[in-house]
Design a protein around this ligand. Sequence first.
Ligand SMILES: *[C@@H]1O[C@H](CO)[C@@H](O)[C@H](O)[C@H]1NC(C)=O
Ligand SMILES: *[C@@H]1O[C@H](CO)[C@@H](O)[C@H](O)[C@H]1NC(C)=O
Ligand SMILES: *[C@@H]1O[C@H](CO)[C@@H](O)[C@H](O)[C@H]1NC(C)=O
Ligand SMILES: *[C@@H]1O[C@H](CO)[C@@H](O)[C@H](O)[C@H]1NC(C)=O
Length: 576
Amino acid sequence: MAMNTVLWLIGLFCSVLFVSHGVEASHLYYRNLQSLQSTSIPKNQPYRTGYHFQPSKNWMNDPNGPMVYKGIYHLMYQWNPLGVVWGNIVWAHATSTDLVNWIHHKHAIVTSEPFDIKGVWSGSTTFVNGKPIIQYTGIIESNQWNYQVQNMAVPKNLSDPYLVEWDKPAKWNPIMKPTDGVNASAFRDPTTAWKGPDGRWRTIIGSKIDRKGMAIMYRSKDFIHWIKARKPLHSARNTGMWECPDFFPVALKGMNGVDTSAMGPLVKHVMKVSLDDTRHEYYTVGTYDHVKDRYIPDQGSIESDTGLRYDYGKFYASKTFFDHEKNRRVLWGWINESSTVEEDTKKGWSGLQAVPRTLWLDRSGKQLMQWPVREINSLRAKRAILPSQVLKRGSVIKISGITASQADVDVHFELPKLADAEIMDPSWVNPQLLCSAKPASAKGKLGPFGLLVLASKKFEEQTAIFFRVYNNHGKYVVVMCSDQSRSSLEESNDKTTYGAFVNVDPYHDKLSLRSLIDHSIVESFGVGGKACITARVYPKLAVGGGAQLYVFNNGTQNVKISSLKAWSMKKAHIKY
Ligand SMILES: *[C@@H]1O[C@H](CO)[C@@H](O)[C@H](O)[C@H]1NC(C)=O
Ligand SMILES: *[C@@H]1O[C@H](CO)[C@@H](O)[C@H](O)[C@H]1NC(C)=O
Ligand SMILES: *[C@@H]1O[C@H](CO)[C@@H](O)[C@H](O)[C@H]1NC(C)=O
Ligand SMILES: *[C@@H]1O[C@H](CO)[C@@H](O)[C@H](O)[C@H]1NC(C)=O
């Protein structure tokens, strides 16, 4: 689960009386807002999404326990039934047959027992002999702050594909306690468990000792009695608290997913952690030594905030599950707002889930690839096509005939004159800083070229997603940027610009860009899913029919559009 920094907000929305650093913390407390009884959300909702998963109202954070069971997809999530800020968390529960349209059920897990009376935080589902079992973090009554234990929950009726009723066996819970020197306030978010060749189950829990983040491991023969391993599965210095770890195998070849217990020569393993300190996630690809029960990241992996990320924009507390029906691994991630609490209160909600993504190992074996699950294509409606053409330097071409505020667009570029790329400045090691220093208005040679989304008619507002290509001693470097600096006339939003280097050789591969545009969210996938950037934007003018879509080239060199397709997207049906 998520959060940092304890804020006591006294007075409506603002006056921060006391900000406690040092006490690490888990969750943002807006005391007075928490107690507000939530009202229905206002009618005029320019920022509500059309095809992203979001609850009817109020605060949502981490995706929990995703799975597919008897052909039904389940998404549970951390939800505050009473307000737009974090608090009063329950496990809300929705199901779907296609990962696009959803029906809500009663909450799967709520606080009720001594072992979770103060909170039901994030967790995962594991199939044990074909039966789904949830492990989640419970907060218990204690003098110590946020005392965390792990619990289990089992379906009451396995014949019910919707798994509406869950039982939390009091006889066994809690199944793991923070003994043995584990910090009780830093012990949360159990992963999907896996079974070793010795027949024992393993699961990991996010934790830390001082500044060293770690994944504490537990083993069990029966999935009820768990014993802590002497050593963590993995740890990394100076990374702080590891929230929502995820540990899973990926096939060496192909795009198919594999079961979480798969191991051996045909797979690599991935370890992802969400860093409470930076609110970013990073992952490494590596090897799981199941004899020593240790994970070893591949050489060259960076184990910190500057390492590989699923998403170089907003994306946190993510979790994958193996979809055994379609043989793929699917990733869910929480996308928070970039607006103020005051704005969130006005609109009556806060938080989205990213469109679920299929995830697999890139052919290089060094990084993951991600792509929106194909079911999302079923929402594609009216289509616009731009014929193959040269996109001249300085040009901006409008893509007409679709609903630009709720769209899917996919463009492929060719670079006929690569030799003209600018020389890479060796000091540009941080792509986000490079993109911030060189927004869409900074002319380059090869680039910036890409998409202008949620743009107003006179370009007072625009969000630009683009590439720049550099020459670094004869090797090409491609950076992908999502520039929010002009995304809204409203000043109070967080308009941070994001960036990522894309590991691609533009000499051999086209530079493609797909963006899922949905009113206040833009999810962009560079070069078939090698780099992803998610942004939240809140335009004032570029809303509804006022929003436009363009392809642009602000470099001094021409580039070629080899194909561009864009679709209006239909609304997903979400029943509350
Ligand atoms: C335990 O974790 C909490 C929350 O992160 C932190 O405030 C506290 O200093 C930690 N205690 C120790 C002994 O490390
Ligand atoms: C279990 O679920 C099945 C399928 O929904 C239903 O027919 C049956 O009545 C349920 N059993 C109980 C005890 O609720
Ligand atoms: C949410 O958004 C804010 C502002 O845009 C950011 O500072 C914060 O760290 C974000 N992430 C999470 C996971 O809370
Ligand atoms: C291209 O650069 C010019 C000059 O800096 C700027 O005015 C214009 O807005 C830029 N175009 C886009 C699409 O950002």
